[in-house]
Structure formats: C-alpha cells, structure tokens
Design a protein. Sequence first.
Length: 254
Amino acid sequence: MKQLLCSVALLSAVGLLSTPTYAKHVKQFSTTKFNYTLPANLAKQCRTKKTCPTIDIRLIKTEQAWLDTLVNEALTNSKAPNYTNLHNELNEFAKDAVSNYEAGSACTYTYTIKPKSLPDHKQVAQFTAKGFQDYGCTRYPEYDDYVSIDMTTKKRLTAQALIVKGQDKRFMQVLRTHYHQMLNEIQDDGMSSQEIASHERDYPLETSDNFYFDKKGITFQYGSGVLGSSIIGRPTLSIPYSQLKGIVKAEYLP
C-alpha cells in the first residue's frame, strides 16, 4: 500500500496525473467575406438613388471545416451552406434602405458581423462576433455574440450541457442572485424586493447559450429586451467558478 501511494505521489509530481493539458484547438484562424449579392431589382433601384446598403459580413475559416460550419451557423443564425435565413434578412434590409431613402440624407444603412477567436478554455474553443446595424439615421448599439464549442464532442455548448444532472435548480438560484444584483446596480438607490419581484414577472430569468469562459468564471450574455427594457441594453451575468462547484460539470471548471 505504501509503495502504491509513493508511486501515485511520484506520478503526480512529474505531472502524469495532473489536470490534462490541451493543445491550441485552432491553429489557423482567418475570416472570409460572406458571399451576398443584392437582387437585381434592388441593385438597380439603390444605384439610381445612391442608397445601396453597406454589407460587411465575415465568416470564420480554420483548418477544420466542421468547426467552421458550427460557428458560422451560430453567429449568423442561418444554416450552411446556403445561409438562406441570412440572405432573406439582408434582402429585407436592402429593401428598407431603398424604400426609406430620403434625398440629400446623410444617413446610411450598414450591416456588419466581424468574428474573431477567443482564448481556449480546457477542451472548449471559443469565438465571438461583433456586429452592428445602421438603419438609416437609427444606429443600434454594437453587440457581441459568443459561441463555445466542445472539441471533444464536436458540439456547441449550451447552458444546459454545462449543468450537473439534478443541479438545474441550484444553477438557476446562483444565476438569479446575480440577476438581482444587476437590477440593484442599474438604479442609484437600488431596488426593493417588491420592485425586483415585479421586474422579474415582466422579464423572467432564463438561461442563455450566449456565454464564454475566462479566468474568473462564466459570463452569460443576454439580448436586448430579455432581462429588462432596451434601455439597459444587452446585460451580462458573470458567475465566478467558486460559485459553480458541484453545479457545473467538473470538466468545464478550472
């Protein structure tokens, strides 16, 4: 028994029983321009009115085609290889640019998605995309979307996939605590328990698959209007790893 314990201690000392290390998941990262052409009728109209929209959408390109497909589908909310939903959305965007044209207006229509890679987290490859849209003189704030890919299962990680079986309630309790903290922070004098309860009835807490890992914990990004009115923008809830032990699966914790 003593010999076995000594062997284990020796293996640990040389690192053979330590937490596994991972090679960099993506060795070649670049982006390529999304192939979109204005329909002929819209192209003619916008050239005549000089109101053609600026569309700059980039897709990721790595040495792993399956990974490109997963990430690009998530960031564009459209199915490869045709990306029909995105094409339809851009056609509608171009129609707005033409139909809402005002002679002499300096307002422009711009649609941008620019992805980049983030540092890996254990077996997880991470990506983000910064996007914004100008609708004439109405410019929406820039936003960031995140995609986390488990390189062992070759699937996009969802919030549900992170949670230890049977720990859903505890996970939501931790998330709710940070939700309430956020609500208190957006008002100088905080919110009463009654005000928080009323707010949560209007904007029920839900999980988000839009998240990323960093050195301190997991940050969940929410869309505008999900956890509050558009005034508060796209809020984030950042949960330290120390609060997720026994709740989030060990393979995703440091």
